[in-house]
Design a protein around this ligand. Structure first.
Ligand code: SAM
Length: 247
C-alpha cells in the first residue's frame, strides 16, 4: 500500500540502518533492532516500519517474516530524501558522562551537523567513548525524525583546532567574560558557522587570547549569568538555528 497522509500511521516505529536502502530490497534485522521491533513494538507480518540510512533518505518497510529473534522487512516506498541540515558545528569541551550524552541528544534534535569535542586545559573529561556518543546521536535522530545523522568528530586539542580553523567558517566563541550579543552577531554573519563552548572551569586567559586571535572568531555573550556548559551549548545552538539556521 503506497504511503499516504494516514499511512504509515504516526506511531510507526522508526529505525536507522547502516546499509544503503533501495526499492524492493529485503532487509534482514537481528539483534537490538529486532528485539526493539519484535519484543517492544510487537511488530507482526504486514506491519510498517520507517527506516533511514543517512544516505538515501527515509523508506517504508513492511514486515514479511517475523521470528522471536529476527524479522525481514520488504522496502516498499521511498518516503523522503535525506535532509540537508544547516552547516553548523557544536565545538565543546567534554563534560561529565550523563551531561555529554544529553548534549549530543540536544545537538541532534536542534539540527547540529557536526559535534566536535575539544580538549582544553581545564577539561576534566578526556576519555570519550565515541561509539556511545554515536549511538546517542542515532537514538536522538530516530526520535526527532532526522534523516541525516550528526557527525561525531574525534576529540581534538584546542591548539590544533584553532591552527587548522577553516577560513570560510565563523567561530562564535561563547565567552562568559563578555562578548557581542549572540543573536545579533549570529544574524549578521550568515554562512557556515560553529559555536565554541568551554569546560565547566572555563577557558584560561591564554586560551581566550588564542581563540580571539583567530580571524574568524567572534566573541559572543549568552547573557549576564554564568551558564553551565551544556546549557550554554543548547542556548547558543538554538540562537544560531533561529538567526541563521533552518528554524
Ligand atoms: N569559567 C566559568 C566559571 O566557572 O566562572 C564557567 C564556565 S561555564 C560553566 C562553561 C562555558 O559555558 C564557558 O566557558 C562558556 O563557553 C559558556 N558560557 C557560560 N555562560 C556564558 C555566558 N553568560 N556567555 C557566554 N558564554 C557562556
Amino acid at each position: 500500500m503506497p504511503a499516504t497522509p494516514a499511512w504509515p500511521p504516526q506511531s510507526t516505529p522508526r529505525l536507522y540502518v547502516a546499509e544503503r536502502l533501495t526499492q524492493g530490497a529485503m532487509l534482514r534485522l537481528d539483534g537490538g533492532a529486532a528485539h526493539y521491533l519484535v519484543q517492544v513494538m510487537r511488530t507482526r507480518p504486514g506491519d510498517p516500519v520507517k527506516l533511514f540510512d543517512d544516505q538515501t533518505g527515509e523508506w517504508l518497510g513492511i514486515a514479511r517474516e517475523v521470528q522471536k529473534r529476527g524479522l525481514t522487512l520488504e522496502i516498499t516506498d521511498h518516503l523522503r530524501p535525506r535532509e540537508s541540515v544547516p552547516d553548523f558545528w557544536l565545538v565543546m569541551a567534554p563534560i561529565k558522562k550523563g551531561r555529554i550524552d544529553w548534549m549530543v541528544e540536544k545537538a541532534c534534535e536542534l539540527g547540529v551537523a557536526r559535534v566536535v569535542p575539544v580538549l582544553t586545559r581545564r577539561t576534566v573529561v578526556d576519555k570519550l567513548k565515541h561509539d556511545r556518543l554515536a549511538a546517542q546521536a542515532v537514538e536522538a535522530a530516530e526520535q526527532c525524525d532526522r534523516t541525516a545523522l550528526p557527525q561525531i568528530a574525534d576529540p581534538v586539542k584546542l591548539s590544533a583546532l584553532l591552527k587548522d580553523w577553516p577560513e570560510e567558517r565563523t567561530l562564535f566563541f561563547a565567552d562568559e567574560t563578555g562578548g557581542a550579543p549572540a543573536a545579533k552577531a549570529m544574524g549578521e554573519r550568515p554562512g557556515p558557522a560553529a559555536v565554541l563552548i568551554g569546560p565547566e572551569g572555563g577557558f584560561d586567559a591564554d586560551e581566550r587570547a588564542a581563540i580571539r586571535a583567530v580571524p574568524q572568531a567572534v566573541g559572543i555573550s549568552l547573557g549576564p549569568r554564568i551558564l553551565r556548559a551544556d546549557t550554554a551549548a543548547a542556548a547558543a545552538t538554538s540562537l544560531w538555528m533561529a538567526a541563521a539556521g533552518d528554524w
